[in-house]
Design a protein around this ligand. Structure first.
Ligand SMILES: [Zn+2]
Length: 701
């Protein structure tokens, strides 16, 4: 270390140890929060292995272990077999290997399954044992261009991007293993990056790395908090400078509508570092084809990640505005956006890529730890409990590349997507390789990382349950006292959540709980006695002395509410769940010889072209009847819906299929010609349980 860096580090360590007031309250001594000068975060991720799924969530993770997540090496050997570059081979050497492990690793430790942990080991070991002298790690670069093989991404092996995924894997592995080789590898690699990036910037080999630089940046901060080495903050500035300027683009108020495709979306000639300043000022989310869907899902956290080093309000404003603009111009009610693959407007049949779903969840999970803002938590639950459960088949043996809010038929046919030709109409079918294979490998992080974020340590030495699902956690509170909490609930299908505390003795610590914005009046009971009622849209803190065996009940009353979307369509929501028309389905397995492999098509066997009645929209409490059915082990995959909403609707004969899906949603206006038509009883089911569905309904008289 040079003398200047040494003095800086020393100063930081002194400052850190002298600090008694972080601005948030007493400092957490049990877990590593940000070291100065990074701003301390309100919430801190717990080590992998301390949070375990229970109830339906455990069943969901076990289904993944039996399905693609636990068996992808056998199902997809051409890419994930021993020829993979991340195992030292001459085969696939880009993102797909690390993607799979990024989801399999947390799943394996959350379920504590030895056979899955054994599958991860070669991937971790190869990376740790084959770092090069200069600090480079990952697939060995080819000396001359390799012979191309269809379906295998052999190059660019030096690309900074796939290494970002493996850094996320290694971070998780360290929190469960304490393996110091991880720290050594990262130190050496980040010194290599500091030396190399000025001449070979993030996007030297592909534009993906400049759009996804925040994934690199967050691991640099994580390592800094462990080692306190000043060079890491210098590297952080360099990575930020070479990352796409999301903050500026998100804050742009007016932009010019023009064909941005070549500049932003297209990965061969996308805007590279140093970025074209004039172009950056003319860009915004509103533009069609502005961002690539997965880049936006990953990049949206970039301003908030950097905010830790530069706590300027503009970074938070940029991200809040970005979420608002995404919803306004491209939003779908499951919490995602139409972007197949460039941004494609708010029509409910536009595609939502599976990678976008899980990456947006991961971004929100990180944003929450840094900001502690309740809105982001509501948004994360909306994606987790609507978009996530439905994009993989119930037994986790196949997945869609795109899902859509309105999907009346899933067959191999032309669709009105941007990316349709090269995917040959397979995007909506359930398969292993339909659409494009990135999601086959990347989808697995969704549930395990959501599970990992059910519980967080708090800067004020307490514990937080900000997202709700059945689980147990073991964590340290106060000054190093270990506690265990069991969370029992059928949320999001039911309204109450029960926590039971196991403590070694009486302990005072704060317990943070989120009250969702959709809940107008939540009630907390402590040991069966009403404690207090709270309005929604906030995080509450129960700071008191707790006894072993204390029970906390959080009751979140849910009511049917209507939100309005494209063409003034209506969406039925209740609590965190969005509801969609139940359509009878016929599933057909198609044996297919081309590169997309076998797949499932799903055909509608009942009518789907209904509008909802204006009278019901005006008075949801009388127009919609909620019923809970039986909740088996895993409500998402049981054969009958876990709950349903009864209402009536009218068929709109002109609303027919268009490009293999429901046609453009008819504009909601007084449809005089339908007045005399009889209303029919219809059933709405949870979006996350549905396959075929209409979610955005026209409203009729
Ligand atoms: Zn994908």
């Amino acid at each position: 270390m040079n003398p200047r860096a040494f003095l800086f580090t020393l100063l930081m360590l002194i400052l850190f140890h002298c600090q008694t007031d972080t601005g948030i309250g007493i400092k957490n001594v049990n877990y590593i929060n940000n070291l100065p000068p990074l701003r301390p975060n309100p919430y801190i991720e717990l080590p992998l292995g301390t949070i375990h799924p229970e109830g339906w969530l455990k069943e969901q993770l076990e289904t993944m272990a039996r399905g693609m997540t636990g068996n992808l090496d056998d199902l997809y050997p051409a890419v994930l077999g021993s020829r993979n570059g991340w195992l030292g081979g001459d085969g696939d050497g880009w993102e797909r290997g690390p993607y799979w492990i990024d989801g399999l690793l947390p799943l394996a430790y959350q379920l504590n399954t030895d056979t899955l942990i054994e599958k991860i080991r070669p991937w971790i070991e190869w990376s740790l044992e084959h770092q090069m002298e200069d600090g480079y790690f990952g697939p060995v670069p080819f000396e001359s261009p390799p012979k191309p093989e269809p379906g295998i991404q052999k190059t660019p092996r030096r690309d900074w991007w796939p290494k970002m995924v493996m850094l996320k894997v290694l971070k998780q592995y360290y929190t469960v293993s304490g393996d110091e080789r991880v720290i050594d590898l990262m130190k050496k690699y980040f010194k290599f990056q500091l030396q190399e990036l000025p001449g070979t910037p993030l996007d030297k080999w592909s534009f993906w790395a400049n759009r996804r630089g925040a994934d690199n940046l967050m691991i640099v901060y994580w390592l800094y908090n462990i080692t306190g080495e000043a060079f890491l903050l210098e590297l952080a500035e360099l990575i930020h400078e070479q990352t796409f300027p999301y903050t500026r683009v998100f804050l742009n108020d007016s932009c010019q509508q023009y064909n941005t495709l070549d500049h932003l979306y297209h990965y061969n000639i996308g805007n590279r570092y140093p970025f074209d300043e004039e172009l950056i000022d003319r860009l915004c989310i509103e533009q069609l084809q502005s961002f690539h869907c997965v880049n936006l899902a990953q990049g949206i956290k970039a301003p908030v990640i950097y905010y830790q080093q530069h706590p300027d309000e503009k970074y938070l404003q940029a991200v809040r505005k970005a979420f608002s603009d995404i919803k306004k111009f491209h939003g779908q009610p499951q919490g995602m956006y139409g972007a197949d693959e460039p941004m494609h407007g708010n029509d409910p049949t536009k595609g939502v890529e599976f990678c976008s779903v899980v990456e947006m969840m991961f971004s929100l999970e990180n944003i929450i730890q840094i900001t502690g803002e309740a809105d982001f938590l509501d948004h994360l639950e909306k994606i987790a409990y609507n978009a996530l459960p439905t994009q993989a088949k119930d037994d986790y043996t196949a997945r869609q590349y795109f899902q859509a809010a309105n999907q009346a038929m899933l067959t191999r046919t032309r669709h009105n997507f941007y990316e349709d030709d090269s995917h040959d109409g397979t995007d909506l079918c359930y398969g292993l390789l339909t659409g494009y294979p990135c999601c086959t490998c990347n989808m697995h992080q969704g549930w395990p990382k959501f599970t990992q974020n059910l519980w967080l340590a708090t800067e004020d030495r307490g514990i937080a349950a900000l997202l709700y699902a059945p689980s147990t956690v073991t964590a340290k509170v106060d000054s190093g006292k270990e506690i265990k909490i069991m969370e029992e609930t059928n949320y999001p299908f039911e309204e109450s959540i029960h926590f039971t505390l196991s403590l070694p003795s009486q302990i005072r610590f704060p317990f943070h709980l989120r009250i969702p914005a959709w809940c107008s009046s939540a009630e907390v009971f402590i040991n069966g006695v009403s404690h207090q009622k709270y309005p929604g849209g906030q995080i509450i803190v129960l700071d008191r002395t707790w006894d072993d065996g204390d029970r906390i009940e959080l009751n979140l009353p849910m009511h049917v509410e209507i939100s309005r979307w494209a063409e003034n369509s209506a969406v039925v929501e209740r609590g965190p769940l969005v509801y969609a028309l139940k359509i009878e389905e016929e599933w057909n397995y198609v044996i297919n010889e081309d590169k997309f492999g076998d797949y499932w098509e799903v055909l509608p066997k009942s009518n789907w072209n209904y509008g909802l009645l204006q009278s019901g929209i005006d008075d949801p409490s009388s127009g919609f009847t909620f019923e809970i059915n039986s909740l088996e082990n895993n409500p998402w995959t049981q054969t009958s819906p876990p709950c349903q909403i009864r209402t009536v609707g009218k068929r709109i004969p002109e609303w027919t299929l268009y490009y293999g899906n429901a046609g453009p949603v008819p504009h909601s206006r007084p449809q005089l010609y339908l007045r005399d038509r009889a209303a029919e009883k219809i059933t709405l089911v949870p979006y996350g349980w549905s396959t075929l569905r209409i979610t955005e309904f026209p409203v009729v008289e």
